[in-house]
Structure formats: structure tokens, C-alpha cells
Ligand binder design. Structure first.
Ligand SMILES: Nc1ncnc2c1ncn2[C@@H]1O[C@H](COP(=O)(O)OS(=O)(=O)O)[C@@H](OP(=O)(O)O)[C@H]1O
Ligand SMILES: Nc1ncnc2c1ncn2[C@@H]1O[C@H](COP(=O)(O)OP(=O)(O)O)[C@@H](O)[C@H]1O
Length: 199
């Protein structure tokens, strides 16, 4: 549903395919999803550096960062999380159109919300990366002290404690950070991108 009426799509002369040719690689989104402290930010930051060194044009969107700006009006209710992911899906679509290999790091706890983003994009453009770690390890890592606050009741509706996380059913890539270190994760993702002709 679009709220505006009397709007007409205007095509550009420079196409997505032309931008991809100019950059020498495909554009897509690596959609990292997983519990808080599972490793989404750590892995996506390190991976972006490696991709950049390989002259791949990237951009990274991160949950905390986007909530300082574009999504500053959203909280953590189920409706707000859905709207958060919808907007990031749309931003990812623009970045893909611009020819960028986009990396997103959002908990994105709802399967349906992630599916909506997949459907918004063209086949092959949505690469779901499930960053898997047990709740116990995430709680033990607790880099921001948020699990502690959630356990004490200071934060309500915290993912994994008193708000749900729905695991991906068919992710393109699974990174088990209880087993794999950051370098292992990067190697796995680079192999996927290269084997599937993205880079
Ligand atoms: N209630 C609650 N539940 C989960 N996370 C919380 C909450 N409150 C604040 N935070 C912090 O916000 C980061 C998650 O934001 P996201 O935009 O990725 O969340 S979501 O996709 O809309 O569910 C998350 O960042 P990460 O730890 O990087 O995942 C937390 O730092
Ligand atoms: N194999 C691993 N991969 C990624 N992070 C790990 C790993 N093992 C331990 N960590 C630690 O776990 C924490 C993950 O935090 P972060 O990347 O912010 O997660 P998220 O973005 O999912 O909330 C960091 O402190 C990181 O150093």
C-alpha cells in the first residue's frame, strides 16, 4: 500500500547492470541476522575491510547506527522492529541499485520480515547469513552489558530473553560463532561470494 496518489515511476538512463559492469562485480545484500552478541557487527565490519581491500564497492548498515538516524523514531516493539526491517530492506534495495555489495547487521528476529525483504529484491540479491551462537555464549560475551540489564528487568522485551528470535529455515550461509573464529567466518563468506559469481 502506498499512501501517496498521483505518483509516477521515473526510469534512470544508467541502469543497475551498467553500474555493476562499471564496478566489476555484482550487487546484493549480505543480510546478517542473529541474537545480540552473536557476532553480526564484528564479522560484518571485518568482512567489509577485506572486501574493500579487494576493490569491491561496499556499504554497511548496522542496527545500532541506523537507530541513531534514519530509524530514530523506532523502538523495539514487534511493530517497530518490523518497520525497522522494512526500511532497511528498502535502503538495501537502493544500495543494490547503486551497484554496492551491501552488508546489514540487524537482529531481524522475525522470519516473515526477512522474507518480505527477500521478496522485495530480485532472485540472488538477498543472501541470508545466519550468525548462530547459543544464548548462553551471547550472554557470557555480553559486550554491551545488555543481557545483564535484561535479566535484571531494566530492559524489557530483549531478544532471546523475553522477546522472540525466529531462526532462519533456509539461510544461504550459516556461521556458527561458537565454532568458527572471525577469520573462518570471513573465509566462508568469501568462498560463497566467489563460488556463486558475485565477486
Ligand atoms: N529490547 C532490545 N532487544 C534487542 N536489542 C536491543 C534491545 N534494546 C536495545 N537493543 C540494542 O539494539 C540493537 C538491535 O537493533 P536492531 O535494529 O538490530 O533490532 S531489530 O532488528 O529491530 O530487532 C542491539 O544491537 P546488537 O547487540 O548489535 O544486536 C542492542 O544493542
Ligand atoms: N567467532 C566469533 N565471531 C564474532 N564475534 C565473536 C566470536 N567469538 C567471540 N566474539 C565476540 O562476541 C562479541 C560479538 O559482538 P557483536 O559483534 O557486537 O555482536 P552483534 O552485532 O551480533 O550484537 C564481540 O565481543 C566479539 O569479540
Amino acid at each position: 500500500m502506498t499512501a501517496s496518489t498521483n505518483i509516477v515511476w521515473h526510469e534512470s538512463e544508467v541502469t543497475k547492470a551498467a553500474r555493476q559492469r562499471a564496478k566489476g562485480h555484482k550487487s546484493a545484500v549480505l543480510w546478517f541476522t542473529g541474537l545480540s552478541a552473536s557476532g553480526k557487527s564484528t564479522i560484518s565490519v571485518a568482512l567489509e575491510t577485506v572486501l574493500h581491500q579487494k576493490a569491491i564497492h561496499t556499504y554497511r548498515l548496522d542496527g545500532d547506527n541506523v537507530r541513531f538516524g534514519l530509524n530514530k523514531n523506532l523502538g523495539f516493539s514487534p511493530e517497530d522492529r518490523t518497520e525497522n526491517i522494512r526500511r532497511i530492506g528498502e535502503v538495501s534495495k537502493l544500495m543494490i541499485d547503486a551497484g554496492l555489495l551491501t552488508l546489514t547487521a540487524f537482529i531481524s528476529p522475525y522470519r516473515e520480515d526477512r522474507q518480505q525483504v527477500r521478496e522485495l529484491l530480485e532472485p540472488g540479491e538477498f543472501i541470508e547469513v545466519y550468525v548462530k551462537a547459543s544464548l548462553e555464549s551471547c550472554e557470557e560475551r555480553d559486550p554491551k552489558g545488555l543481557y545483564k540489564k535484561a535479566r535484571s528487568g531494566e530492559i524489557k522485551g530483549f531478544t532471546g530473553i523475553d522477546a522472540p528470535y525466529e531462526e532462519p529455515e533456509n539461510p544461504e550461509i550459516v556461521i556458527d560463532t561458537d565454532q568458527l573464529d572471525v577469520k573462518g567466518a570471513i573465509d566462508l563468506i568469501l568462498a560463497y561470494l566467489s563460488d556463486n559469481g558475485y565477486i
